[in-house]
Design a protein around this ligand. Structure first.
Ligand code: S3P
Length: 429
C-alpha cells in the first residue's frame, strides 16, 4: 500500500467543547470556525442550548455562531451522550449556578467515574446528589450556588478535572489553584489567557483570579485535531511508499506525545508551516513510511498521548525483530469510553498479535505476520479507528464489530483513509 495526497482533519475535539462553553458564558455574539461537528461536540451544543445559549446548527463547514445570554435552569435532563468532556466540564459550569440540573449519558458514559470532579466541586460548595445504586457515576443532580475558593491537587493528570474546576471558578467568581501530578492538556488555560482572563502559572500550579468583567465575546479558529491526525499519521508510517501531508494540525506539546514516541520508534514526522491560531500552535505534518522499532512509554508521557495509545499499540505491533513495547502506568485507559487497556490487548490477540495488560502496563510484541481476525470495538471510536488503520496493511483481514462510532470524533475517517491510499496505489509498485 502506498500513501499519497494532502488532507485536513476535523477540528480539535477538546478545543471545540471549550470554545462552545466559553462562548456560551461570554457577553454577546461569538464566531467559531473549524469547529468539530462530531457527535461529542453536538452533545455539548445540545446541553448548552438547554441551558439557554443560542447556538447555530453545527454544520459540516464548522462555522458556528453563539449568542450568549444568561445560563438558565434547564427544562429537562441534560443528556451528555458518549462525551466525558461534556459531562465533567458542564458540572464545572453548573457548580456556580443557583439552580438544580440533572445530567446523564449513554451506557458507556454512565460507567465512567465522576467523583474525580464532584469531590473538588463539593469542596467548593456545590451540592451534588448521586442516585441510589449509581454510586460514582451519572446520572447526577447538581445544585450549584455560592462557591468557596479552592486549592487542589488532582489525584490523576486529567484535563477534564482541571477544566471543570477552572470553569467553576469562572462561573462562581472565586479563586482556584490547581496542581496536577503530570501536566495534562492545557487548552482551557490557553483559552482563558486568549480571552484576557486572569490566570497565573507558578511552581507548576495554575491559579485563576476572578474579575468583575464578564467573558468577552470572541472569534476563534479551531485547529485540526492532533488525535484524529494520529490515525492518518499511523496509516502513512505503515505504508510501503509515498508521502502524506496533513494540513493545519494543532501541535500543542501537551497533545503531541505520540510524535515524540514515533520518533523513538524510528519514524520522523516533519512539522512544516508552523503558525498560531487562537493561542494554539499549528503546523502541517509531513509523513513518510518508516521501519519501526519497539520502545517504552513512561508514566510522565501518558497525559500527552493518552488518546493515542490504541493507535500507538497498533504501530508497536509492527515493530521489527519481535521487539516488545511497554506502555507504563496506563491504568486511566480502563475508564475511557471503554476499558481500552483490556480491549486493546484482547483485540490485538484476536488478530494474531502478542499483547497483554499486566497490572497497569500494556505490552505489545512486534510481528510481520498480517493481522487477521475480528475486533470488538465496544462502540469506542478510538478502538474502531486504531484497528481500521491496522486493516490497511497488505494481507490484513481485520473485521470491525462496527464502524459507526467514528462519528464521535472523526466522521470522515474511512473516506479519508481511502483517499490517502488511492486505488492503484494500494499495492507495491
Ligand atoms: C479530554 C481530556 C482527556 C482525554 C479526553 C478529552 C479533554 O481525558 O482522554 O478524550 O477534552 O479535556 P482526561 O482529562 O480525563 O485524561
Amino acid at each position: 500500500m502506498r500513501v499519497a495526497g494532502t488532507v485536513r482533519v476535523p477540528g480539535d475535539k477538546s478545543i471545540s467543547h471549550r470554545a462552545l462553553m466559553l462562548a456560551a458564558l461570554a457577553r454577546g455574539r461569538s464566531e467559531l470556525t473549524g469547529l468539530l461537528t462530531g457527535e461529542d461536540v453536538k452533545s455539548t451544543a445540545r446541553v448548552l442550548r438547554q441551558l439557554g445559549a443560542d447556538i447555530s446548527p453545527l454544520r459540516e463547514d464548522g462555522r458556528v455562531t453563539v449568542h450568549a445570554s444568561r445560563i438558565t435552569h434547564p427544562a429537562s435532563l441534560l443528556y451528555c451522550g458518549n462525551s466525558g468532556t461534556t459531562a465533567r466540564l458542564t458540572l464545572g459550569v453548573l457548580a456556580g449556578q443557583r439552580f438544580a440540573a440533572r445530567l446523564t449519558g449513554d451506557t458507556s458514559l454512565r460507567r465512567r467515574p465522576m467523583r474525580r470532579v464532584t469531590e473538588p466541586l463539593r469542596a467548593m460548595g456545590a451540592h451534588i446528589e448521586e442516585e441510589r445504586g449509581g454510586g460514582d457515576c451519572l446520572p447526577l443532580t447538581i445544585h450549584g450556588g455560592r462557591l468557596r475558593p479552592l486549592t487542589y491537587t488532582t489525584p490523576v493528570a486529567s484535563a477534564q478535572i482541571k477544566s471543570a474546576l477552572l470553569l467553576a471558578a469562572l462561573t462562581g467568581r472565586v479563586p482556584v489553584t490547581v496542581r496536577e501530578p503530570h501536566q495534562s492538556r492545557d487548552h482551557t488555560e490557553r483559552l482563558f489567557v486568549h480571552l484576557g482572563l486572569d490566570l497565573h502559572f507558578h511552581d507548576g500550579a495554575i491559579s485563576y483570579q476572578p474579575s468583575a468583567a464578564r467573558v468577552p465575546s470572541f472569534r476563534l479558529t479551531v485547529p485540526g485535531d492532533a488525535s484524529s491526525a494520529a490515525f492518518l499519521v499511523a496509516a502513512a508510517v505503515l505504508a510501503e511508499g509515498g508521502e502524506l501531508l496533513i494540513e493545519n494540525v494543532g501541535v500543542n506539546p501537551t497533545r503531541t506525545g505520540f510524535l515524540v514516541v514515533l520518533e523513538r520508534m524510528g519514524a520522523h514526522v516533519k512539522r512544516v508551516n508552523l503558525g498560531e491560531q487562537g493561542g494554539e500552535p499549528v503546523a502541517d505534518l509531513l509523513v513518510r513510511p518508516a521501519t519501526l522499532r519497539a520502545t517504552s512509554v513512561g508514566a510522565e508521557e501518558v497525559p500527552t498521548l493518552v488518546d493515542e495509545i490504541p493507535v500507538l499499540a497498533v504501530l508497536a505491533s509492527r515493530a521489527t525483530g519481535g521487539g516488545e513495547t511497554v506502555f507504563r502506568e496506563v491504568g486511566e485507559l480502563r475508564v475511557k469510553e471503554s476499558n481500552r487497556l483490556e480491549l486493546v490487548a484482547a483485540n490485538l490477540r484476536a488478530v494474531g498479535i502478542e499483547a497483554e495488560a499486566r497490572g497497569n502496563d500494556l505490552r505489545v510484541r512486534g510481528t510481520d505476520r498480517p493481522p487477521r481476525g475480528r475486533v470488538d470495538t465496544a462502540r469506542d471510536h478510538r478502538l474502531a479507528m486504531a484497528f481500521a488503520v491496522l486493516g490497511t496493511l497488505p494481507g490484513a483481514a481485520v473485521r470491525l464489530s462496527e464502524r459507526r462510532s467514528v462519528a464521535i470524533s472523526y466522521p470522515r475517517l474511512f473516506a479519508d483513509l481511502k483517499r490517502i491510499t488511492p486505488r492503484g496505489a494500494r499495492h507495491r509498485d
